[in-house]
Design a protein around this ligand. Structure first.
Ligand code: ADP
Ligand code: MG
Length: 732
């Protein structure tokens, strides 16, 4: 390469136009930086690996294999010939099929790389017309001779070996690379943590000789990712700390004191401590950015309500955003009930010293909606309850002082930016989640939030015991499950039965309601029966094992009014058994409910199951959670369910969730090969590295706020910012 190439050079200037276009369009690789940071997914070893044994029908894969046999015969029903090639590696075999094949080089014993979508014909896995690259003698003195052949995330248009060749072109003989890439990591940081220089790391990750090369290179490259991410987050924290907000100091004798007096229980130690933390932060004139994590049922709502009351007392408004309308309605009901006349200021029986609690959801009729919006805009509504969409809909507030986001793990950076962009002084923000956040996630995805934790559950809770009901192995257990449910109802309790799907009223398009379901590796399989549906299960239960009980359904296809009516009836005990989709997943609070039966439990994610289980035993009665599945106990799925049943420790389950999701990632996102800025860093495995990078980022910004002395790092941070950063930050 003679022209001056930098990391920002467009690939179109260094590669052929077809390759460059393909890389841009199908892999999102536009610049030299992108390509150099497009790391191999794995490395194949000639003759040793067992790729072929593992591939699944439908996967798009690249394999390194050796030709075992080649047979060509005329086709029976058509003109032309059919060539069948059997290739194998150390562990498996696969058939390649070509019509009218003319590749003379496909000879027995030849090695090659084959890429395509795995199909199946008469029970045998095969590739029809795969892309391939046969390794010939002239390759032997290049990368092919190496023990480890890099396999890149590739696409239909750009194969792994084309990427390999292009990277080799960029890396040159190795000598040119050092000038091309300036190492963004300061020397001291490298020395302190024993990290390879960038050029060496890139060489080793793309053209390793040993697996130790790969490990050392990965470690160094993970540092780039971690440090860049932590610098971004630290910069945000700093910017946030400089932002002007409005102090909302505590005022004695106001709504907050009234709430405290009205509470039917004593606050737990944790609720009190977090309350103090929030009270102090609301009193500062920088906007609060805080995450409140607390086990399901730990009583986050009242903590939020007290913060909202403080803001109202200081003359501002508070918005409480829930993930569903059902939950928004429940919150509004609960808060109104607790405030009594204090929540009805302006009404005949209202207390003029109080405020109004206004529910503002998409399902309000036009007139009611206008009234509600006016109350909000004119500031008469001190407490506004709605769904997460509320802020996107451009509702005007007179003086929004606090936004509480309930049960939203993904209320991330962008939404907070949007709040800030609304003009005026940004409100304080409190995000609440019952999904405990592992430390690494807290340091990354939520890295610019302060975190409070409610560890303790209010005392006197009965606790939930959970069991897996494996219907295939133990057909009798399901009958016993319904018996147990009947016993609870007979004792005056109530139950939920949750199914993954609504059912066949409209036929196709009846998607599972949740976005996060089970990991990808289990979702796309065509050989499974469709998930159980609320409507079918309700009918079967009514006619069978639960005949005579008062049973009703709740799902996303009902109108908001219908949903609300059912929720009320369930809350007041007029319904014994609620057969529902995951609309009841979060937040729903009916203390008398003690049984949760999850049908097709394997279709739900770990955190979801934990959330669902959190719907029962919210009062003093002990609860029972039954995870019904036809997955064998010994399968990974069965074991995942067993793990959920075995522990009620949300932190442990959050970790498990992360692990299973990552499996999904490996097979899903990574398979598609799209570029993303964070490739190597693992939230599960790299806790120590992330935490060291966090400390380094903090120190760096302390002495070099704008990264003026570290242009390489500044460039990395800028690249992350323009990247699919948001996507990653919002993920997990
Ligand atoms: P979550 O943290 O899951 O959102 P909630 O705020 O819905 O939990 O509270 C769960 C239940 O516990 C509610 O019925 C609530 O009224 C009750 N609760 C909250 N705090 C206490 C407490 N200190 N003592 C007893 N019950 C409480
Ligand atoms: Mg809640």
């Amino acid at each position: 390469m003679t022209m001056a190439v930098t990391l920002e050079t467009p690939l179109a200037r260094v590669l052929g136009p077809k390759t460059a276009t393909g890389m841009a369009e199908t892999l999102g690789l536009h610049t030299v930086r992108h390509l150099l940071r497009h790391y191999p997914r794995r490395y194949a070893r000639r003759g040793e690996q067992a790729d072929l044994a593992d591939v699944q029908v439908g996967d798009r894969v690249t394999v390194l294999a050796q030709v075992r046999s080649v047979t060509t015969r005329p086709m029976r029903n058509r003109r032309g010939s059919l060539t069948e090639v059997v290739v194998g590696d150390g562990g498996g075999r696969m058939k390649l099929v070509f019509f009218n094949h003319r590749h003379g080089q496909l000879k027995v014993n030849a090695w090659g790389m084959f890429a395509g979508t795995v199909g199946e014909y008469r029970g045998e896995k095969q590739f029809a017309h795969p892309d391939m690259h046969l390794i010939d003698a002239s390759d032997e003195d290049t990368d092919w001779a190496r023990a480890l052949v890099p396999i890149y995330p590739a696409s239909k248009d750009v194969s792994s070996w084309v990427i390999q060749k292009s990277v080799r072109l960029l890396l040159g003989a190795g000598g040119g690379l050092a000038e091309l890439v300036e190492d963004p990591l300061p020397e001291e940081i490298r020395a302190r943590h024993g990290l390879l220089p960038l050029a060496a790391a890139l060489l080793d990750i793309h053209r390793p000789t040993t697996t130790e090369d790969v490990e050392r290179a990965e470690h160094r490259l993970k540092w780039d990712e971690a440090l860049t991410l932590q610098l971004t987050l630290a910069a945000r924290r700093r910017a946030a700390a400089l932002e002007p907000g409005t102090a909302r100091p505590r005022r004695p004798g106001g709504l907050l004191d009234a709430v405290d007096a009205a509470l039917p229980f004593a606050l737990t130690e944790g609720q009190r401590a977090v309350g103090e933390e929030l009270a102090a932060e609301l009193d500062r004139d920088q906007p609060m950015h805080r995450l409140l994590q607390g086990e399901v049922g730990s009583g986050k709502t009242v903590v939020a309500l007290r913060a909202m009351a403080q803001v109202v007392d200081a003359g501002g408004q508070a918005a409480l955003l829930a993930p569903t309308e059902v939950l928004a309605a429940q919150h509004a009901r609960g808060i109104r009930q607790l405030l009594g006349p204090l929540g009805r200021a302006g009404e005949i029986d209202g207390d003029p010293a109080g405020t109004r609690v206004t529910l503002l959801t998409g399902s309000l009729k036009a007139a009611a909606r206008r009234t509600a919006r006016a109350e909000v805009a004119e500031g008469r509504a001190g407490i506004v309850v709605g769904t997460h969409a509320l802020l996107q809909e451009g509702v005007e507030f007179a003086d929004l002082g606090l936004v509480v986001v309930d049960e939203q793990h993904r209320f991330g950076v962008e939404q907070r930016d949007a709040l800030r962009a609304k003009g005026g002084r940004p409100p304080h923000v409190l995000v609440m989640t019952a999904t405990p956040i592992p430390r690494t996630v807290a340091m990354t995805v939520y890295g610019d939030l302060e975190i409070s934790t409610l560890r303790q559950l209010p005392s006197g809770r009965g606790g939930v015991s959970s069991s897996v009901v494996p219907v295939v192995e133990r057909p009798g257990w399901i009958d016993r499950a319904w018996e147990r449910l009947r016993e609870e109802v007979a004792a005056g309790r109530q139950a939920y039965v949750v199914c993954p799907r609504i059912g066949d009223v409209t036929g196709p398009g009846d998607e599972p309601e949740d976005a996060d379901g089970a990991p990808d590796d289990e979702q796309g399989r065509s050989d499974r029966r469709p998930p159980l549906a609320v409507l079918d299960v309700a009918e079967a239960l009514r006619a069978g094992p639960l005949a005579g009980l008062r049973l009703d359904v709740l799902h996303g296809r009902m109108t908001p009014d219908e949903k609300d009516a059912v929720m009320r009836a369930f809350a007041t005990g007029e319904i014994d058994v609620l057969v529902a989709t995951t609309v009841v997943e979060v937040g729903v609070d009916v203390p008398n409910a003690t049984v949760m039966v999850v049908m097709d439990a394997d279709r739900f994610g770990v955190s979801q199951l934990h959330q669902l289980r959190g719907r029962v035993a919210r009062g003093t009665h002990a609860g029972l959670c039954l995870l019904v599945t036809d997955a064998p106990s010994a399968s990974p799925t069965g074991q995942r369910l067993a793990a959920v049943a075995a522990t009620s420790d949300g932190f442990e389950l959050a970790r498990l969730d992360l692990e299973t999701r990552r499996e999904g990632d490996v097979l899903g996102a990574a398979q598609s090969g799209r570029r993303s800025a964070i490739k190597l860093l693992s939230l599960l495995e790299d806790e120590e590295l992330i935490s060291q990078a966090r400390a380094e980022a903090h120190a760096l910004l302390g002495t070099d706020r704008g990264l003026a002395d570290h242009p390489g790092l500044a460039a990395e941070v800028a690249a992350l910012a323009t990247d699919e950063r948001a996507q990653w930050l919002e993920k997990a």
